[in-house]
Design a protein around this ligand. Structure first.
Ligand SMILES: Cc1cc2nc3c(=O)[nH]c(=O)nc-3n(C[C@H](O)[C@H](O)[C@H](O)COP(=O)(O)OP(=O)(O)OC[C@H]3O[C@@H](n4cnc5c(N)ncnc54)[C@H](O)[C@@H]3O)c2cc1C
Length: 607
């Protein structure tokens, strides 16, 4: 088959792939630094995953808790990440997020307010103080709206419904990208002096997920193919509360803000079970009983200070997910295989005001009024802590000119992300990466050379499934892939399952190589899926290999055959996967970046 037309060509100094919070913030910064910026997204502008973010953006503004500080935010992030975080990233994030949130407000974001008119902050799991700036439970929408207005006003050229399928590299690093318009199938080539990947996560590798169709690991896979390293891919976050019923919405997120506002978890026999699961070394941070937890909730809802400690439901996500999973597995689950989450004991108008989306979501989708009764919830694949290895200061990967920010990048969150720390990560590292990429582009005097052989190869790969007259259905392969990951590389892992998963993934890749799709190039979802499926196979293999290699349990990675955290062997090692010269996935470990003595002091100060 011949291509419908020759590829279009659109050169830019900086090409940003992904228009979520990270991509938009990076594009704005690069433009501000004087670069000519192109911004590509495979859905419509405003539809990126960031728009779904509900609970809030974490920043130590200290508006509700005057005692809060960047040091405490840093410590919470490191403790939540089981100290596997890149300490410099965690430091920059904690120090810079208040300024990034204030800047968002200056650009027009309208946050919920304290009584004296400052940005209101709500509590979230693992945060020592109420820290999440929010707009009801629609924070991501406000963030995207604000950043998008700013980006468009800055004159950034936007390419919507355009999928990037390959990065072009040469002796000097990255020199552009190739993609196609989903609307017409026409190919497009972007010569670029610097490329920023901001494509989000990998949730579609699993059956039950809060993530949308866009989360197919494209950026991780593009970077891997171009020679970048992926770190800590075993750390996939299962959010404790997704909807479990009805089947069509299984996995849809129930925001942590429900627990932040006082939601109580109970099993089918009415037991408030989270007290059983608090880690011994952190138990003193949580309320000792229901009376103390209720005092804490009352004070929070009235915006008052209290000496009461937070409820056990606000333990970290990895811990709450494992607790729910265990309750269900041991026979104390609800009829639909979850547990109950109840906020209906609070006044109905308070619940409707603080959680309007949740109220609507349960009413519309499950016919449950959350002001009158409990929700049924269970764990759902939500976020990937691992990702492309980047330099903390600039976001550059080991491939010169290739940068990454947001969920696609690794290092910031270690073994487990705290809620709210993603939106702030997007802002802090989006801005840093935009600046880094613009500086790199400014240093490139000539025009980028786009190797025509690589372009032709990218177009041939795209064309192949349309050319075959018989072969595998990509939807069937995707279903099988999700089943493998859900069953064998899920919340609890064991070596035998991981070995089996790797065998099955290899067989799926073979099948993928013979996919065949009918129809043409215009808005053809089956054809679009073939490319995404290849990426899902790459990231799934990276998750399974990394999970097999890490013979301990830490954060979101729980090995039944290695239940203990092994600090001696694993406490300061990142898992790394990279492509070897024969195109095979290799796996190894590298030491964690060193922590300065000052930062070490900050980390230990609270203990
Ligand atoms: C339901 C839900 C609620 C959440 N709530 C919160 C919260 O309250 N607080 C918090 O901190 N975090 C929250 N998170 C996590 C947070 O929303 C995400 O981690 C974050 O938004 C990711 O932003 P991003 O910019 O990295 O990627 P995204 O916002 O997902 O943007 C990715 C962009 O990349 C584009 N793209 C992908 N592949 C390609 C390709 N091949 N070619 C071209 N474009 C491509 C997409 O079209 C999209 O524009 C939530 C997540 C979910 C699912």
């Amino acid at each position: 088959m011949t291509f419908p037309t020759d590829p279009q060509t659109r050169p830019h100094d900086v090409l940003v792939i992904g228009a979520g919070g990270a991509g938009l913030r990076a594009a704005i910064e690069a433009r501000t630094a004087g670069a000519d910026v192109g911004l590509v997204c495979k859905s419509l502008l405003g539809k990126a995953h960031t728009v779904m973010a509900e609970g809030g953006v974490a920043a130590a503004l200290a508006h509700v808790a005057p005692a809060d500080s960047w040091q405490i935010h840093f410590r919470d992030t490191m403790v939540g990440g089981k100290k596997l975080n890149n300490p410099r990233m965690a430091e920059l994030h904690a120090v810079e997020s208040p300024a990034r949130v204030r800047e968002l407000e200056e650009w027009g974001a309208v946050f919920d307010r304290t009584a004296d008119g400052r940005i209101l902050q709500r509590p979230f799991g693992g945060h020592s103080h109420p820290r999440l700036a929010h707009v009801g439970d629609r924070t991501g929408l406000e963030m995207i709206r604000t950043l998008q207005d700013r980006a468009v006003a800055a004159g950034i050229e936007v390419y919507m419904e355009c999928t990037i399928t390959r990065l072009i590299t040469g002796g000097d690093g990255v020199s552009g990208a190739v993609g196609y318009w989903r609307t017409t199938g026409r190919p497009i080539v972007f010569p670029a002096k610097a490329v920023i990947l901001a494509t989000g996560g990998i949730g579609k590798a699993y059956e039950v997920t809060s993530n949308s169709w866009e989360y197919s690991g494209d950026g991780q896979s593009l970077a891997y193919d171009a020679g970048a390293e992926l770190i800590d891919m075993e750390f996939v976050q299962f959010h404790p509360t997704g909807m479990v019923w009805p089947p069509g919405v299984r996995g849809l997120l129930v925001t942590e803000a429900v627990r932040g506002e006082g939601g109580i978890l109970r099993n089918a026999i009415g037991e408030r079970f989270m007290w059983k699961y608090l880690p011994e070394e952190r138990r003193e941070e949580y309320a000792a009983n229901a009376e103390e937890a209720a005092r804490w909730v009352r004070a929070q809802s009235q915006g008052k200070q209290t000496d009461a400690r937070r409820p056990p439901e606000l333990s970290t996500r990895d811990n709450v997910s494992r607790a729910i999973y265990t309750e269900v597995k041991e026979g104390r689950g609800t009829p639909h295989g979850g547990v109950y989450l109840d906020i209906s004991y609070l006044p109905a108008d308070h619940v409707r005001r603080k959680l309007p989306s949740m109220h609507e979501q349960f009413k519309e989708l499950a016919d449950v009024d959350i002001t009158k009764g409990p929700m049924e919830v269970g764990p759902t694949t939500h976020y990937v802590m691992g990702g492309i290895r980047v330099d903390a200061e600039t976001g550059e990967t080991r491939v010169p000119g290739l940068f990454a920010a947001g969920e696609v990048a690794g290092g910031m969150h270690g073994a487990n992300r705290l809620g709210g720390n993603s939106l702030s990560d997007l802002l802090v590292f989006g801005a840093r990466t935009g600046k880094g990429a613009a500086a790199h582009a400014a240093g490139e005097t000539g025009q980028p050379h786009v190797d025509p052989v690589q372009v032709q190869e990218a177009l041939r790969v795209l064309d192949a499934p349309l050319e075959r007259t018989a072969g595998e259905d990509p939807y069937a392969i995707q279903r099988d892939l999700q089943a493998v990951m859900q069953r064998q590389v899920g919340i609890f892992r064991v070596e035998e399952d991981l070995d089996q998963a790797l065998l099955e993934l290899a067989a799926l890749r073979k099948r993928w190589k013979s996919t065949c799709v009918g129809g043409g190039r215009v808005y053809n979802p089956g054809w679009n899926l073939v490319f995404e499926l290849g990426n899902l196979l790459t990231v799934s293999e990276a998750v399974a290999r990394s999970a097999r290699q890490r013979t301990e349990s830490r954060g979101a990675h729980s090995r039944l055959d290695y239940p203990d955290t092994d600090d001696t062997m694993w406490g300061s090692r990142n898992s790394v996967v990279a492509r070897d010269k024969d195109g095979r996935m290799t796996i190894y470990t590298t030491p964690l970046p060193a922590m300065s003595d000052d930062l070490q002091g900050v980390l230990t100060a609270g203990h």
